[in-house]
Design a protein around this ligand. Structure first.
Ligand code: NAP
Length: 285
């Protein structure tokens, strides 16, 4: 039997429609998501544009700061600092990657945890690690929401996350391992020995390596949930880490690429913006 496809577009639309109802019902002053883009990388420009479009659909307002790729570290930091200090801005997102020569760490760490809608700063990551309330990264959160929506059992399951970045693999491993989700998690990476054997043990497989088609059907335990986060741009279009053709007949659940985890990242960004406004007491909790 073919895998159940986990429709990220449908769940994103459901979440955004729900947010709009909540925002309109509250009748509060506008909730604002601010984005900062440095340089003119095409995919980054498209990501930011789609975030703004969905923010408006969710009943939020969006502000954007565009900086040239010649911007200095000081200029980028000044722009971010200004947004963090503006009480009419509730969430601040710096689109990554920054152009070569700019260090993202000090830029991100200017964002206070209550405005850190990407959940990427040192303090937000620390809260996640310490299991304290806070804003959690949108992509890892989006994966958890998909698992929940499609009732994929996590408790007692064995999960393998391929990738250990602070953006995706590491926070997602922590979320899967947390009380409540209760998976036993293996975090795999480029030095993992015998990846096939590691993946074959898993009830939940997350591909977050950015290696086109690296997860194939012969690696998958029958009935496992396979979540594709990796994005590779090829001549044939956008391709994930999962080789859908061979995996779909074996897996129990599968996210399509595109249309799986990407839309969920945006939906969770909008949720985080509303949560950020609540943390700043700008919206009823
Ligand atoms: N769907 C979405 O919404 C969404 C959101 C964000 C990112 N992404 C995509 O997700 C992917 C990961 O993003 P990222 O920011 O985490 O990337 P990253 O910082 O480059 O990290 C990639 C991770 O994958 C591991 N890796 C690379 N090649 C591997 C291989 N052959 N076998 C096993 N592990 C391997 C790396 O291992 P080492 O640590 O050993 O180098 C690293 O931990 C990218 O394709 C990105 O475009 C998608």
């Amino acid at each position: 039997m073919a895998a159940i496809l986990m429709d990220g577009n449908a769940l994103r639309d459901e979440i955004i429609a729900g947010l709009r109802v909540t925002v309109e019902a509250a009748g509060s002053p506008p909730i604002c998501l601010a984005t900062v883009l440095v340089g003119n990388d095409g995919p980054s420009q498209r990501y930011v544009a789609s975030k703004h479009k969905k923010a408006l659909e969710a009943g939020l307002v969006a502000r954007h700061v565009d900086l040239p790729d010649t911007a200095t570290q000081g200029e980028v930091e000044a722009a971010v600092r200004e947004l963090t200090e503006d009480v009419s801005v509730h969430g601040v997102l710096v689109q990554l990657p920054l152009p070569d020569g700019l260090d993202p760490e000090p830029v991100l760490d200017l964002i206070p945890p209550e405005k850190d809608v990407d959940g990427l700063t040192e303090r937000s990551m620390g809260r996640l690690l310490r299991n304290r309330p806070g804003l959690v990264g949108c992509t890892p959160n989006g994966v958890m929401r998909l698992l929940e929506k499609y009732e994929v059992p996590t408790s007692g399951s064995r999960a393998v996350v391929i990738g250990r970045s602070t953006l995706v693999g590491l926070p997602l491993s922590l979320l899967l391992n947390r009380k409540g989700a209760d998976a036993t998690v293996t975090m795999a990476h480029s030095r993992t020995a015998d990846m096939n054997a590691v993946v074959r043990e898993a009830d939940i497989v997350i591909g977050a390596a950015g290696q086109a088609g690296m997860i194939t059907g012969d690696m998958i335990k029958p009935g496992a949930a396979v979540i594709d986060v990796g994005v590779s741009r090829t001549e044939a279009g956008i391709v994930g880490d999962v080789d859908r053709l061979s995996v779909e007949p074996v897996a129990g659940w599968l996210t399509p690429m595109p249309g799986g985890t990407g839309p969920m990242t945006i939906a969770c960004l909008m949720e985080n913006t509303l949560s950020a406004a609540q943390l700043q007491s700008a919206f009823p909790a």
